[in-house]
Design a protein around this ligand. Structure first.
Ligand code: P6P
Length: 339
């Protein structure tokens, strides 16, 4: 009987990181250890998300658990897990989290050279509805002699050494990119408790007739934005076929679909949110790095390269258009016409 061909050449995230480090002889291993701490935080957040409904974590704080302390909402638990993983890694100096008003400085890691930005559970408002949520993260290398002051993390996305996101959906997906390029997708094997490389070298299609935006904000959009989306919905000339609309309202889910299928995701700044809604440090910049490294592009509402934008403060916001190379280029062309 023919033996079922078992693929025994499995690339786990651990093996991927080891091979990545081997490409950099000067590497001390600190980045690898930091990524292992990140990996652990994704696994533990995924665990709580999966059990949320069962142990009623989706509700508001207030119900007390067996030990009597207030049960926390998932995004607080996600944040606590992430902060603990970064602190105990010994390799993180500064941490900016969507859940923390101030930048966390780990004085117990005075010689650590990495700064991490994260949204521990992005899209958490969708959790009760069972919509996929995720963790978005970025890693900066601090300059030599960094003092661990929060101004040191107000950097453009071009300074990111790595970024990515997880999506806690039907399975747990991780999308990871490095400064050296390349975007790789991993899927959690719950039996092994390992992230397995399932989408090596992800490349976004150059075009795709799918747009992803909250049309409920149309009233507030600037003229070029209105015109752009109208050309997709009411095409003139030879094209003729309107685009499909796909909007989940959870950035990691909309981003993952756009990365796989192509198209454009947008959260423009508008009259209601003049600075935009999404945060530069831990939503726009990490996603922009992933999309550029996958062969796409990402710009802000002034049509500037998203990765060149420097945040004014750690929770600074921006408009964003990201996705297939040609789709984002169309947005740029419409805006040029309006100048
Ligand atoms: P809106 C979720 O709250 C989030 O931060 C992103 O994940 C998502 O892309 C966006 O906001 C959705 O915003 O205004 O369309 O509900």
């Amino acid at each position: 009987v023919a033996q079922e061909k078992i693929n025994t050449d499995i690339v786990t995230l651990t093996r991927f990181l080891t091979e990545e480090q081997a490409k950099h002889p000067e590497a001390t291993g600190d980045f690898t250890l930091l990524c292992h701490a990140l990996q652990f935080s994704f696994k533990s957040i995924a665990y709580y998300i999966r059990r949320a409904t069962l142990i009623n974590l989706t509700g508001l704080a207030g119900s007390s658990n067996t030990t009597g302390d207030d049960q926390k909402k998932l995004d607080v638990i996600g944040n606590d897990l992430f902060v603990a993983a970064m602190r105990t890694s010994g390799k993180c100096r500064l941490l900016v989290s969507e859940e923390e008003e101030e930048c966390i400085v780990f004085n117990e890691n005075p010689t650590a050279r990495y700064a991490v930005v994260c949204d521990p559970i992005d899209g958490s408002s969708n959790l009760d509805a069972g919509v996929s949520v995720g963790t978005i993260f970025g890693i900066f290398r601090l300059p030599e002699g960094a003092k661990g002051e929060k101004e040191e993390i107000l950097l453009p996305g071009t300074e990111l050494v790595s970024s990515g996101f997880t999506m806690y959906g039907a399975s747990t997906q991780l999308v990871l990119t490095m400064k050296s390029g390349g975007v790789n997708g991993f899927t959690m094997d719950n039996a092994l408790g390992e992230f397995i490389l399932t989408h090596p070298n992800m490349q976004i299609p150059k075009s795709r007739a799918i747009y992803s935006v909250n049309e409920g904000n149309s009233l507030y959009w600037d003229e070029p934005v209105k015109e752009y989306f109208n050309t997709l919905k009411y095409p003139v000339g030879k094209s003729g076929k309107p685009y499909s609309a796909r909007y989940i309202g959870s950035m990691v889910a909309d981003a993952y679909r756009t990365l796989l299928y192509g198209g454009i995701f947008a959260y423009p700044s508008d009259k209601k949110s003049p600075k935009g809604k999404l945060r530069i440090l831990y939503e726009c910049a990490p996603m922009a790095m992933v999309f550029e490294n996958a062969g796409g592009q990402a710009v802000n509402s002034r049509m500037e390269r998203m990765l060149s934008v420097v945040p004014e403060h750690i929770h600074d916001r921006s408009g964003i258009f990201m996705g297939s190379q040609n789709e984002v280029q169309n947005v740029i062309e419409v805006h040029k016409k309006h100048r």
